[in-house]
Write a protein that binds this ligand. Structure first.
Ligand code: PLP
Length: 395
């Protein structure tokens, strides 16, 4: 037997700490709020390491802990902590690093609600300052560093225009200045990108996307060092209380068994769809890091080992009635905001950006009416391409 098992093998198995008394092939769901103890001494002992012991499910639960161990292993982190949503994990991570009067540097085109969390919550409530940068220039980023900069928050690739940041260069710069780094790695998943091995301190995922993969859970995770995660556990996890439910953790555990296979399929189909769209006369541009023509293709290949299934493209027309006709004609692409599930989806960022952001912000993000975002699911790719062909033919 090989000493180190392949990650696919580790994801299929369930790395239990103790053998199941019934030989259950799937670990049981510990659907309980509370754990009881035999004596004063036993519960006192449990409190000596409440980060690892199960006392109350707002802190720890065996089903949740098992899923966390698996995700940490996958991302090459020492520890993972699951949250009730991706945004719960994003906010716990940001709040952990930031204190009143601090400064955060982030990108202009990170996930919209993460921008709102900074602009509408953290900055006004905590007197934190923020600088937004493009993310593709190290010089620009360095020029924004101040005495009070505590956190650089990244998302690579971003999930609308898919721009990348040079992770090794940024983490080197951040370490020189004693600044923490955090990255939203939802698009690439730990299968295709391992930011912790490139010096990032804290990795966050919306598990509602590929990690969950079946569009049946909303969840989030933070991954990092033992010490950092222990501190987040005791403060933001337990005190803000956005805990992961055991049932959800069990669904996530199921999903992790097929993550590698699903990502491979998403990737193969997405590359074919991106190539098809790029050549189509009614398409102006395609944003997909897996395309040979992608502007940051070299960097993409350097820091990722593959590409997921979410991409955006711009229709040549900007006429609302034609854009809507294309959008509404698709039959295999459901209309919806999320991504990363088994089903293919389409969304036009303009729909929510027009409502959630000011027109100034909307323009700054470089979004127009003809911009479409599609999530390539697990359907047969030829069917998806046929569906897109039909919808493009009628505009
Ligand atoms: C890139 C990215 N990060 C974070 C989130 C937030 O995750 P959740 O919806 O699980 O709170 C999302 C959700 O769409 C996302 O797209």
């Amino acid at each position: 037997m090989k000493k180190e098992l392949h990650i696919d093998t580790l994801m299929v198995g369930d790395i239990p700490t103790k053998p199941d008394p019934y030989g259950a092939v799937v670990p049981p769901i510990y659907q309980n709020s509370l754990f009881t103890f035999e004596s004063w001494e036993a519960i006192q002992d449990a409190f000596t390491d409440k980060v690892n012991n199960c006392i109350y499910t707002r802190g720890n639960n065996p089903t949740v802990a098992l899923t966390e161990r698996k995700i940490a292993l996958l991302a090459k982190g020492e520890k993972a902590k699951l949250f009730s949503s991706g945004m719960a994990a994003v906010s716990a991570g940001m709040l952990h690093f930031l204190n009143a009067g601090d400064h955060i540097i982030t990108l202009k085109n990170i996930y919209g609600p993460a921008i709102s969390l900074i602009n509408d919550f953290i900055c006004p409530k905590m007197g934190v300052e923020v600088s937004f940068v493009s993310g593709d220039s190290l010089k620009e980023l360095e020029s924004q560093i101040r005495e009070n900069t505590r956190l650089i928050y990244l998302e690579s690739p971003t999930s609308v225009v898919f721009s990348l940041q040079d992770l090794k260069a940024i983490t080197k710069l951040a370490k020189r200045h004693g600044i923490a780094t955090m990255i939203d790695n939802t698009w690439a998943t730990p299968i295709f990108q391992k930011p912790l091995t490139m010096g990032v301190d804290l990795e966050v995922h919306s598990c509602s996307k590929y990690l969950g993969g079946h569009s049946d859970i909303v969840a989030g995770v933070l991954i990092g060092s033992d010490a950092l995660l222990a501190s987040i556990h005791c403060l933001e996890y337990e005190l803000l209380g956005a805990k992961m439910a055991p049932m959800e953790a069990s669904l996530l555990l199921r999903s992790l068994r097929t993550l590698d296979m699903r990502m491979e399929r998403h990737q193969q189909s997405a590359i074919q769809v991106a190539n098809f769209l790029e050549k189509h006369p009614k398409i102006e541009t395609v944003n997909y890091p897996g395309l040979a023509s992608f502007t940051q293709s070299e960097l993409a290949k350097e820091q990722m080992t593959g590409f997921s299934g979410l991409m955006s493209f711009k229709l040549k027309t900007d006429k609302l009635h034609l854009v809507k006709r294309f959008f509404n004609h698709l039959s295999l692409f459901s209309i919806g905001v999320s991504w990363g599930g088994h089903e293919s989806l389409i969304y036009a960022p303009a729909i929510s950006c027009m409502q959630e952001q000011s027109s100034e912000q909307f323009e700054k993000m470089g979004i127009s009416l003809g911009d479409m975002r599609i999530s390539i699911g697990l359907e047969q790719v030829d069917d998806l391409i046929d569906d897109l062909t039909c919808a493009l033919n009628i505009i």
